[in-house]
Design a protein around this ligand. Sequence first.
Ligand code: ZN
Length: 186
Amino acid sequence: MSRGLPRYARGLEAVAYDARVAADETFDDVLAANESYAHGFRLAGLEPKAAKGLAVLTCMDSRIEPLAMLGLEPGDAKILRNAGARVTDDVLRTLVLASYLLGVDRAMIVAHTKCRMAAGEEEDVHAAVAGAGGPDTRSLAFLVAADQEATVREDVQRVRSWPYLTRLRVGGFLYDVDTGRLARLC
Ligand SMILES: [Zn+2]
């Protein structure tokens, strides 16, 4: 039924599950929840362009609700998340696509209070991972921010000065995980 459609337009009808998947209970809770989500699904036909022309880069911290904290609905904004809300090469690459193909003309970089990526030094995080039974991660850059506000300003500047993103208006913000309040830094 999906034959003839471009690959990106196909639904789930062609998905083939590995037999081992059936015995794996790792995701049972969320798959069950998805079953009822799909039952009352209300986003069919939503446009892929960001309705409010907005991209939001924030931390992966699970205390942050990017849509709710900005009064947004699904479809309104492109949400990018990583540890520490840092402007990485991957974020820049994504913003180029958002800017030119997905209707985005403004971007918020939102760091937050009590962020693990802004509490201490790079070495502390390597030590914490090792202390939690993890491997030696010193060949990875976690991009820990020694001065969080200065780092947000630098990251905003990195986006503003990137030649591929000349159309984008960018702001830097700090979100307070205890009050839900957002403050603009730059
Ligand atoms: Zn964080």
